[in-house]
Ligand binder design. Sequence first.
Ligand code: PHB
Length: 358
Amino acid sequence: MSQDLFSPTKLGSIQLANRIVMAPLTRNRAGQGNVPQPINAEYYAQRASAGLIITEATPISATAHGYPATPGIHDAAQVEGWKQVTAAVHAKGGKIVLQLWHVGRISHPSLQPGNALPVAPSAIKPAGQAFTYEGLQDFVTPRALAIEELPGIVADYARATRNALDAGFDGVEIHAANGYLLDQFLRDGTNQRQDEYGGSLENRTRLLLEVTKAVVDVAGAERVGVRISPLNPFNDISDSAPQRLFNHVASSLSPFGLAYLHVVEGGMGGEATPDFDFEDLRRQFKGGYIANLAYDKARGNAAIASGHADAIAYGAIYIANPDLVERLRQDAPLNTPDQATFYGGDAKGYTDYPTLQG
Ligand code: PHB
């Protein structure tokens, strides 16, 4: 029998009631100390009919932050805050994994402990501006991480994973996409290191593999996913040979036996992108595959029926449609997301989108 968005499946050890995944979405509504609040639990619980929820990107350490009011997973109060979220989602039968995030150079001294410079593989300033508590400010030239500091970053991922499991998550997703720290190491536009973490494909992939091993050692491979975005130019990132690089990334991750690879299959802003064979990428990786980027119901069903993807992650449309699964099932009209309330604010544009029930 042919599978579609509504067929149950398993990604690693995580049982999904359907193949409609809520993509990670930054919403900037955490409380003081980057602690999740009751309203965040309400927001995620409203979306618990998704086969799987991937949380908003969640900083793994104080230096991993790059935006205001993002919830962290590096202290006890944050773990307590997240417990309300996982309990609320589980009470409605949902599954939820936490996305582990280090922004690297996509930050600003005003968001860093001691107003320090953000860190990166190499001291290359991104074009553009950081979102800070004081408004938009130009990015600065980051500080290149010393090789001696990298084990500490790997340890931060491991500790954050322990925290996520303590908070009740069903698993974790390593964010290696969208121009943040691990992606900055992968791509040659941002990684110009001369040591074992720069240069060759093996070297540029090394930090991601060390992080993956550390996270797998804590959570078990069957509860770990990795997100990549081979073509996304977001955050001023680039690579001279993305197919070569990301085929290598996928084939190097494959032996871990991970729950899934989650792939942003283009530019997040709809940018024109070079040719890329995502089927070829997919063949390099044994394990689940979550496809993301502007899929609708028909394309989602087609990608699942053809075997291209095991599940489809829906982003902006999930902001506006808490009951997206039911709406897609019924071919009901979708609410339109209000961009003005995507980042920060209160319940407006967050927990007040109507369901079909009203
Ligand atoms: C954002 O805040 O715009 C953002 C955060 C994480 C992503 C992508 C975009 O992976």
